[in-house]
Design a binder for this molecule. Structure first.
Ligand code: ATP
Ligand code: MG
Length: 361
């Protein structure tokens, strides 16, 4: 079976370092591993509209922002197909059929959807489209017969929902759909990077992000005002690492070479952590170290972005060609799906032959 990756992001803002460690960095590694036959990366504008129906301009603008972020982190359009969800009508059609295979109570149990409903204060007025987006995500994944889906931890319930739909579909209509594997980041700190405010998830909707395209000054200001241990008031106080966002970011970003380069009095992160816990290490020093690491990681990304910004027709054409390629694949799967569901009337003579048998010629 060919190995196929499908993943994507909502164009609700520029991409941030949570996306980077949770999904973009592993995506680029998988792309460069050469182990995959196809890689599809979707800008999920239709999904973004499920909670942004009043802001079509925001979604439209952010399509290019996300595409620029992809290219600047190293997604290679010669290997990966980048496309825009709304341009593939087949995905919507699949969703309509999959909706019959999922109960309302099943969607209500999805913990990510539950948390997002709460975060958006949707309790009394959930748009039906938003409520059902996990089903549309199953369409996005299965339309391309994806075998592997690299995402952050919040997407786990979506992958479970997809597997259930695949099993139900295949058991009723025959083996058409492929059950995908989730690929989660190996480093625990990257599963769900917290926001700079210490909230559980860095998220465009919460405004607690360091964006990949932030300026050097913005990054510094954000790092210096980051949430740490609220009880670590004096340098001499023992510090706590639990829920200490600065250390979580160090877990996600730093390696021993960074110590050699920026903080040679420590060998590694364990030594730094031990000193912080003992007391005698100030937050400022740790934040300055983190700032050096993040600046070094983001500077080349920001510079590549500027180059692509100066070549916008090239990026536009990548998206246009990507959509055409994605549409070809999805329409082939939809054909198979409809045929399995007995919704193929005019593809060949099968239906007419049936009618002749029933009614005579
Ligand atoms: P929104 O607030 O609009 O939902 P978002 O910041 O959650 O935006 P998405 O576009 O929903 O971003 O997510 C895209 C991908 O990035 C998913 O695979 C998701 O798991 C991953 N991701 C998003 N935020 C984080 C994070 N803080 N840590 C790790 N992975 C993340
Ligand atoms: Mg999200």
């Amino acid at each position: 079976m060919p190995r196929i990756i499908l993943t994507g992001d909502r164009p609700t803002g520029r991409l941030h370092i949570g996306h980077y460690v949770g999904s973009l960095r592993p995506r680029v590694q998988l792309q460069n591993s050469g182990e995959f036959d196809k890689i599809l990366i979707m800008i999920a504008d239709a999904q973004a509209l499920t909670d942004n129906a009043d802001h079509p301009e925001k979604v439209r603008q952010n399509i290019m922002e996300v595409a620029l972020d992809y290219l600047s982190v190293g997604i290679d359009p010669k290997i990966a197909t980048i496309f825009i969800q709304s341009q593939i009508a087949e995905l919507t059609e699949l969703t309509f059929y999959y909706m019959n295979l999922v109960t309302v109570s099943r969607v209500q149990r999805n913990p990510t959807v539950k948390a997002e409903i709460q975060m958006r204060n949707f309790e009394a007025s959930i748009p039906v489209g938003f409520f059902t987006y996990p089903i549309s995500q199953a369409s996005d994944i299965t339309a391309f017969k994806a075998t592997d889906v690299p995402v952050g931890e919040d997407q786990k319930p979506m992958l479970e929902q997809t597997s259930e739909i695949v099993h139900k579909f295949n058991s009723i209509y025959g083996d058409v759909l492929v059950d995908p594997n989730i690929i989660l980041p190996k480093n625990d700190a990257c599963l769900r990077l917290p926001g700079t405010d210490g909230k559980a998830k860095m998220s465009k909707s919460l405004g607690n992000c360091i964006y990949l395209s932030d300026s050097e000054a913005d990054i510094k200001a954000k790092v210096m005002s980051m949430f740490t241990d609220p009880n670590h008031l004096k340098v001499s106080d023992p510090g706590n690492l639990d829920g200490n966002t600065v250390f979580t970011y160090l877990d996600a970003f730093c390696n021993d070479e960074h110590f050699e380069k920026y903080l040679p009095e420590y060998k590694n992160l364990d030594e730094l952590k031990a000193h912080y816990q003992r007391g005698g290490l100030g937050d400022m020093k740790v934040k300055k170290f983190l700032n050096s690491i993040i600046q070094a990681e983001l500077e080349p990304i920001r510079n590549r972005r500027k180059e692509f910004e100066g070549n916008i027709d090239y990026v536009y054409n990548i998206l246009k060609e990507g959509c055409a390629k994605a549409r070809d694949i999805a329409s082939q799967t939809l054909k198979e799906v409809k045929s399995a569901m007995k919704l193929n009337f005019f593809d060949n003579s099968e239906y007419l032959d049936e009618l002749h048998k029933r009614f005579g010629k």
